[in-house]
Design a protein around this ligand. Structure first.
Ligand code: SDX
Length: 434
């Protein structure tokens, strides 16, 4: 990746009577950055930024977010335009190659991904080691990590061909693994992928077909699934992407790095929020109980939070949440579930929260996880599968960011420092004297 930041003056820092000059860089769009990598050498001091609220960890050309304006761009293209006009596989090509494909390139890419969807048959036996009631995210972490035990011919990160094959394998096999995680929990037989189906049609069939009868994919639901995957594909340097980059900075193989990303995504503050948001809507149960839960969300002494609300970056409506809400209505309409009680609770909760001073003052808006659970519930997925679907879609973003980091000539192993507030050096006290 050629460096595209441009010098834009400098920032002067006065410390202990000494002035330190630090370069400032500008990107294509968005906040400038102060390059502090020489700070410790010049001052013997570190910066401190737990949670990285003011820290840019890298230069990237993949995804741009403007949290104040509610803007999300994949390689410059607005998320709503891609959701309305593109397909998930075309977005995978865009994120990993940097440009939209020609029709020929898209056909070739689709053929390649389609012909990587099968799993090594020994991997199917791997599932037998899990309990049937294991959370499917635990299954995903274990099984994706185990891919590096099967595909030794695509783990050399210094070989661009092997990196490309690993990228294709991960994008292609995540739906097959995710569907197997679901089938395994139900006790139903695994369903093999079919090459005559689109990416999302294949996934829905692998999840819901049974050998006892023919399964016809509903094209409206397949389109909705594809759109949901597009919305979740990438999101700048979020916690799980940063995890993948940090794991990759040590030279770990791509399958291990993606497994690390899946583990991080599982947390309820991150990708696990879609499962938590639906469980919250179920707990609220009816519109008349909403005030009680809004009160709890505002109570500092109550750990309860409105799941699916708030975001580190978006201080405006998450643009993905708008598309997600539209998709939710489309799915409920086609399934004749438009009077779904959970949707009524969600819409009333959103209305109340967006008028409440607490949420308005803290700029807490619905995020992508608020409506996704209702949609996935209507599509027939159990709650535990929601974060698995998030991980399935986010794999392309993780691997695109991993590839960008791996090919960045300036990248070094990530190794943050700390401010130490523990015990100063002291001598060991023998047991007899304690
Ligand atoms: C995702 O980073 C990404 O891009 C992530 C993601 C992606 O695509 O990768 O967008 C996906 O993870 C979306 C976020 C899903 N998580 C949730 O919906 C869980 C609920 N939301 C939060 O826990 C919280 O909003 C976070 C974790 C999303 C953001 O946390 P921050 O930026 O650290 O903000 P914070 O927790 O410091 O909250 C700021 C204030 C606090 O009050 P004060 O201490 O300032 O008084 O807002 C309050 C919080 O108490 N607050 C909430 C709230 N979220 C924040 N109060 C009630 N309900 C909430 N949901």
């Amino acid at each position: 990746m050629e460096n595209k930041t441009k010098p834009n003056g400098s920032a002067n820092l006065s410390i202990g009577g000494k002035t330190v000059e630090l370069p400032v860089y500008s990107g294509t769009v968005g906040p400038n950055v102060i390059d502090v990598k020489s700070l410790y050498a010049q001052t013997g001091m570190f910066t401190l930024d737990p949670g990285f609220t003011s820290t840019a960890s890298c230069e990237s050309q993949i995804t741009y977010i403007d949290g104040d304006e509610g803007v999300l761009l994949y390689r410059g293209y607005p998320i709503d335009q891609l959701a309305d006009n593109s397909s998930f596989l075309e977005v995978c090509y865009l994120l990993t190659h940097g440009e939209l494909p020609s029709s020929e390139a898209l056909a070739d890419y689709t053929y390649t991904i389609t012909h990587h969807t099968m799993l090594h048959t020994q991997l199917d036996r791997f599932f037998d080691g899990y309990r049937r009631d294991a959370h499917p995210m635990a299954v995903m972490v274990g099984t994706v990590g185990a891919l590096s035990a099967f595909y030794h011919d695509s783990t050399d990160i210094n070989d661009p061909i092997q990196r490309m094959i690993a990228t294709h394998r991960l994008i292609a096999k995540m739906p097959t693994i995710a569907a197997r995680a679901h089938k395994y929990s139900t006790g139903q037989p695994f369903v093999s992928p079919r090459n005559d189906l689109s990416y999302s049609e294949n996934f829905l069939r692998m999840c819901f077909a049974v050998p006892a009868e023919e399964y016809e994919v509903n094209p409206v639901l397949a389109k909705a699934m594809d759109k949901i995957f597009i919305l979740h594909a990438d999101h700048e340097q979020n916690a799980s992407t940063s995890t993948v980059r940090l794991a990759g900075s040590s030279g770990a193989n791509p399958f291990a790095c993606i497994a690390a990303g899946i583990a991080c995504l599982w947390g309820p503050s991150h990708g696990g929020a879609n499962e938590a948001a639906l469980n919250m809507l179920r707990e609220i149960g009816s519109v008349d109980r909403i005030p009680e839960f809004v009160r709890r969300a505002k109570d500092k002494d109550d750990p309860f939070r409105l799941m699916g609300f708030g975001h580190r970056v978006y201080k405006n409506y998450d643009p993905r949440a708008k598309v997600m809400q539209e998709t939710c209505h489309e799915v409920l309409d086609v399934l004749d579930k438009r009077d779904e009680p959970l949707l009524q609770v969600a819409m009333e909760l959103e209305r109340i929260a967006l008028e409440d001073e607490y949420f308005v003052s803290k700029k807490l808006y619905p995020n992508i996880d608020f409506y996704s659970g209702i949609t996935l519930n209507a599509l027939g997925f159990p709650t535990e599968m929601y974060t698995v679907l998030f991980a399935l879609a986010r794999t392309v973003g993780w691997i695109a960011q991993w590839e960008e980091m791996t090919t960045d000539p300036t990248q070094r192993i990530g190794r943050p420092r700390q401010i130490y507030t523990g015990a100063a050096q002291r001598d060991y006290v023998p047991l007899s004297q304690r």
